[in-house]
Unconditional design. Structure first.
Length: 161
């Protein structure tokens, strides 16, 4: 529906916003249901999420493992701190590239926006240096590719509902 927008707040936050043509309940499902996550949360073409778990409850864990055709891979894991189904997820995540990154506290909110959804993701890391290193990975480019893919997946989900 719209391109990803990045805003920096202070030294430690990166705020991502994006509008989707799907309703909030469906955009939320795409963030918590492993079968949906594995269809869209892939970054650039050529990657697959070959392992995905997400326990959508306070104290629940998640694990995502990606690989490409050349056998290169990485993974992320974390814990759900707070969750309001259909509205908000607060979790801590670590990426393993292969060494673990410092904890990234991520709050994702889903707001009704006309017939679609405004998603707001606030990522908070320990300091400016870590935030700059995170952004330097090309993370936002991979996110935008994934979100474009999610739009296509969700349009198919809405049609079958």
């Amino acid at each position: 529906m719209t391109a990803l927008k990045l805003e920096l707040n202070g030294d430690t936050q990166a705020i991502i916003t994006r509008r989707f043509a799907a309703p909030p309940a469906l955009v939320y499902r795409a963030h918590v249901e492993p079968a949906l996550l594995q269809r869209w949360c892939l970054g650039p073409d050529g990657w697959e999420m070959h392992e995905c778990t997400f326990e959508a409850r306070v104290g629940g864990r998640f694990l995502y493992r990606w690989r490409n055709a050349e056998g290169h891979g990485f993974h992320a894991d974390g814990e759900i701190l707070e969750i309001e189904p259909g509205k908000r997820i607060l979790h801590v995540e670590r990426m393993y590239l292969p060494d673990p990154t410092p904890d990234n506290r991520v709050e994702t909110q889903f707001f009704a926006d006309g017939s679609g959804t405004l998603m707001k993701m606030t990522m908070t890391v320990p300091n400016a240096e870590i935030r700059e290193a995170m952004l330097a990975t090309g993370m936002t480019d991979g996110m935008e590719i994934s979100y474009e893919r999610m739009e296509r997946v969700l349009s198919g989900e809405a049609e079958s509902a």
